[in-house]
Design a protein around this ligand. Structure first.
Ligand code: P6P
Length: 335
C-alpha cells in the first residue's frame, strides 16, 4: 500500500477530522490545484509551447502582460467558473471582478489570485508561481459586487500558492497549519510531502531588492545596515542575502528554512503604500507565514488586520521569521 497521501485524501481527512473544509471548499481547493497543474504544464513547455514573451497588453497595474500571465489567468477562470462553489473571482490581471456567469450555479466563496507571480522571471527560466486566497461571500445580499471582496486578510478561509520551480509544489493553509504537496508527474497528482511547516523564529538571511536602498525609509535602512554590519555590528552575527524577484519563490524559501522578506514603501512613488498587492499577494502569503509560526506586518501593523478599501490596493510587506519581523516593525514604531 503506497504511503503517499494525495491532496484529495488529505483534504477529505481534514474535512472529516476538523470540519475546517466544508465539501464546497474542498471542491474549490481541488479545482485550484488542478488548474495549477495545467499552468505548470504550460510553464514547463516554455519556448517549445510558444508561451514566452509579452502579450503586447498591460494589466490594471500598468504592467506589461506576459503571454503566460494571460494563459494562467484564463486557466484559473475556466477551471473555477462552472463548479458551483464560487460567486466570483478577482485577479491581478483583471480590472474588475469576474462574476460567475448565470449559466452556472453560484456558490458561497470568493477566489482571488495572482495567476502568475514573478512574471519578470518567466523568460529567464527562474521560479514563478500562482498565489490564491479564498474568502466567503458576505451573507444576505443577493448578487456579488467588488465590495464583497473588501475583507481583511484575517477573514480568509483558505490561502496558498503553487511554485513552478525544479519541483511544482502546492502550499496550503485552511487555518490549521501549513502543508506542502509536491506534484508527482507520473501519477499526475499532488502528494503530501510536508505538514505542520514551522519557520525558525530567528534567521541570518534577508530578502530585499537592494537596488532600492537610497529610496527606503529610515527604519528599513537601519535594519538592513545592521544586517550588513554583520558580526562586528549591533547584531553580532553575519547575514546572507537572497532576492529571486518572485515573491512565491522567496516565501517558499522562508517557509522551508526561515528568513525575512521585505518589499517596503519607498520614495519612488510616495503616494503608493508599497509595490505588492494586499488582497492576492500579501494577505495569502501573510496567513501562510503566520500559520507556520512567523509574522507579517506593513512595518506598523499586522497585514491580516488591514481593512482594504480597493481591490488592487498595494501594501508595504515585511514577513518571515518572527523575531526579525518584530525587530524591523519596532524600528518603525520607534519602540
Ligand atoms: P522587483 C513580481 O513582479 C513581484 O510582484 C513579486 O513577486 C516580487 O517579490 C517583486 O515583484 C519583485 O520586484 O522590483 O525586485 O522587480
Amino acid at each position: 500500500m503506497s504511503s503517499k497521501i494525495s491532496l484529495t485524501r488529505y483534504l477529505v481527512e481534514q474535512q472529516r477530522v476538523d470540519g475546517l473544509i466544508p465539501s464546497q471548499l474542498r471542491l474549490l481547493l481541488e479545482v485550484v490545484a488542478r488548474a495549477c497543474k495545467g499552468i505548470s504544464q504550460a510553464v514547463n513547455k516554455g519556448a517549445l509551447g510558444g508561451v514566452l514573451g509579452t502579450a503586447g497588453t498591460e494589466n490594471v497595474q500598468g504592467e506589461v502582460q506576459k503571454k503566460l500571465d494571460i494563459i494562467a489567468n484564463e486557466v484559473l477562470i475556466e477551471a473555477n467558473e462552472w463548479g458551483g462553489h464560487l460567486a466570483a473571482m478577482a485577479s491581478e490581471e483583471m480590472d474588475s471582478i469576474y462574476v460567475v456567469p448565470n449559466r452556472y450555479p453560484q456558490g458561497e466563496y470568493l477566489l482571488l489570485f495572482d495567476p502568475l507571480d514573478g512574471s519578470s522571471n518567466i523568460d529567464v527560466n527562474v521560479s514563478i508561481g500562482t498565489i490564491f486566497s479564498v474568502l466567503k461571500k458576505p451573507e444576505g445580499l443577493a448578487g456579488v459586487t467588488e465590495a464583497d471582496f473588501l475583507q481583511a486578510g484575517a477573514k480568509q478561509v483558505a490561502a496558498g500558492y503553487c511554485v513552478y520551480g525544479p519541483q511544482t509544489t502546492l502550499v496550503l493553509t485552511v487555518g490549521d497549519g501549513v502543508a506542502m504537496f509536491t506534484l508527482d508527474r507520473e501519477q499526475g497528482s499532488f502528494v503530501l510531502t510536508q505538514e505542520n511547516v514551522r519557520i525558525p523564529e530567528d534567521t541570518q538571511e534577508f530578502a530585499i531588492n537592494m537596488s532600492n536602498m537610497r529610496h527606503w525609509d529610515a527604519p528599513v535602512k537601519r535594519y538592513i545596515d545592521e544586517c550588513l554590519a554583520g558580526k562586528e555590528g549591533p547584531r553580532g552575527k553575519d547575514f546572507n542575502m537572497r532576492w529571486i524577484a518572485s515573491m512565491v519563490a522567496d516565501v517558499h524559501r522562508i517557509l522551508t528554512r526561515g528568513g525575512v522578506f521585505m518589499y517596503p514603501w519607498d520614495k519612488r512613488e510616495p503616494e503608493k503604500p508599497g509595490k505588492l498587492r494586499l488582497m492576492y499577494e500579501a494577505n495569502p502569503m501573510s496567513w501562510l507565514i503566520e500559520q507556520a509560526g512567523g509574522a507579517a506586518t506593513n512595518g506598523r501593523q499586522r497585514i491580516l488586520d488591514i481593512a482594504p478599501t480597493k481591490l488592487h490596493e498595494r501594501v508595504s510587506v515585511m514577513l518571515g521569521s518572527k523575531n526579525e519581523v518584530e525587530r524591523v516593525t519596532s524600528y518603525h514604531l520607534k519602540l
